[in-house]
Design a protein around this ligand. Structure first.
Ligand code: HAM
Length: 430
């Protein structure tokens, strides 16, 4: 069989050490920031029952499932997102947990998507969720976690922005404009695409799918062409339902201002989110240049837990993918030099020195130093070449002469400076 038979599946990645170093760099920032906000890490299985996603996630994701019938005749699916698993895990346990529950996870997820820039068939997604708090302070905290992680990775308000809306506000506005309640989800789906479709198409879809008249469709479209929160308040603030929603969003923005994150956030009524379970404030984070797909998306989903059979608990959270984020960090030269690093490479000359070198390396490793040496007898020049290609900071040279004096020569590979160090001292460590 030729090698071509074993190419990687489209949309999947290998992580050779350089790529894995980038992934780890991002994961470490995600974990640091999660812990700073008091979140605990959890995980679940990559394979779940198909049923968990059907209806709970919404049509778009269900059409992208990697699902099959297992050998026990169960309908199963690789997880396309983490939120249904979180709801399932908490359905059994939430009653015993103090609220609010603050959990995070970094699962690998699988979606059979059409491959395009920033979209693959697997990705890692940092999920951060607060469960058991309905007040807007939880919504603001969640966005703050996401923004802080991006700041931690070097992305400031000049590079990224969070676009925020609220499904409750959108629903009040759409109902005011004549959309019947049972067509709201259909209307959201049209609004979700409003940026990517020509206005005529949106008008047509609003009439066909959301059940409104041409005049009403025109009124709805106008909302999205002029979507400042103040304008919404001016035009519709006399409607009680709308006024309450505007007030809550103002609270939300003022909390983020107080956290000095105001420069990152803006109100944007076109943000709806594709998933079916959101019930309140929703947001997406994008690169400012607008070249890439969303880095992160999330929002409030107050009814999912009870729909999965658990306690009725409000919840809010987000997912941030590694694919678009890595692209953006690379584009902005924000990835540190993540090459291979060794503290010492031990070069030995002759059999006796080689034995002593093994002992020395072992002791240095016990102290936590990163140490390597040639795995076969080689000339000094070859050993130095290996030291260089393996990225050693210092080279320790041991030969018969050094051994007889109980010393080693240590060369700094950056400056080229060499010094003599007592072997015992070297073994004792710093
Ligand atoms: P989502 O918007 O489907 O939300 O995904 C969140 C992020 O994951 C996206 O903004 C994107 O960065 C990344 N992502 C999604 N699909 C792909 C893909 N095929 N390839 C690369 N990256 C991708 C959710 O999944 C929600 N469950 C998030 C959530 C948690 N909501 C509340 N809690």
């Amino acid at each position: 069989m030729s090698n071509a038979a074993f190419t990687r599946l489209p949309g999947f990645r290998d992580f050779v050490p350089e790529d894995l170093a980038v992934r780890s760099h991002i994961f470490e920032a995600w974990r640091r920031v999660s812990r700073r906000y008091g979140f605990q890490e959890y995980d679940g299985p990559p394979l779940e029952t198909l049923e968990l996603y059907v209806e709970k996630s919404g049509e778009e994701i269900v059409s992208q499932l990697y699902n099959f019938t297992d050998k026990g005749d169960r309908e199963v699916s690789l997880r396309p997102e983490m939120t249904p698993s979180l709801a399932r895990i908490l359905a059994d346990r939430s009653r015993a947990l103090p609220k609010p529950i603050r959990w995070f996870s970094i699962p690998q997820l699988f979606r059979y998507e059409r491959q395009q820039r920033g979209r693959l068939r697997e990705h890692f997604q940092w999920n951060v969720d607060v469960v058991g708090e309905s007040e807007v302070g939880a919504d603001a905290e969640i966005l703050a976690v996401a923004l802080d992680a991006l700041r931690e990775l070097g992305l400031g308000p000049e590079a990224i922005r969070a676009r925020v809306s609220d499904r409750r506000l959108l629903s009040a506005l759409l109902q005011t404009a004549g959309v019947p309640e049972d067509r709201l989800l259909a209307a959201y789906a049209v609004i979700d695409k409003v940026e990517r479709e020509p206005p005529e198409k949106t008008l047509e879809r609003l009439q066909d799918e959301a059940g409104v008249t041409p005049a009403q469709a025109g009124e709805i479209l106008a909302l999205f062409q002029n979507p400042g929160l103040d304008r919404v308040a001016d035009r519709f603030g006399d409607q009680e339902a709308v006024a309450a929603e505007v007030e809550r969003l103002r609270d939300y923005f003022s909390i983020l201002e107080a956290m000095e994150l105001g420069d990152f956030v803006e109100f944007d009524l076109t943000i709806v989110r594709g998933l079916a379970y959101y019930t309140g404030i929703v947001f997406e984070i994008f690169d400012r240049a607008g070249e890439l797909r969303a880095i992160c998306g999330g929002g409030r989903y107050d009814r999912l837990l009870e729909r999965v059979g658990g306690e009725s608990l409000p919840a809010v959270g987000f997912g941030m993918g590694d694919v678009v984020l890595t692209e953006l960090l690379r584009e902005r030269a924000l990835l540190p030099d993540l090459g291979r690093e060794l503290d010492y490479f031990v070069v030995s000359v002759g059999d006796e020195a080689r034995r002593r070198a093994l002992q020395l390396a072992h002791r240095l490793r016990e102290q936590g130093a990163r140490v390597a040496y040639s795995l076969r007898g080689q000339g000094v020049r070859k050993q130095f070449k290996s030291a260089e290609s393996e990225g050693a900071r210092e080279v320790i040279v041991l030969g018969p002469e050094e051994l007889s004096q109980g010393i080693a020569r240590v060369r700094d590979m950056t400056s080229g400076e060499e010094r003599e160090v007592q072997l015992e001292e070297l073994e004792r460590g710093p």
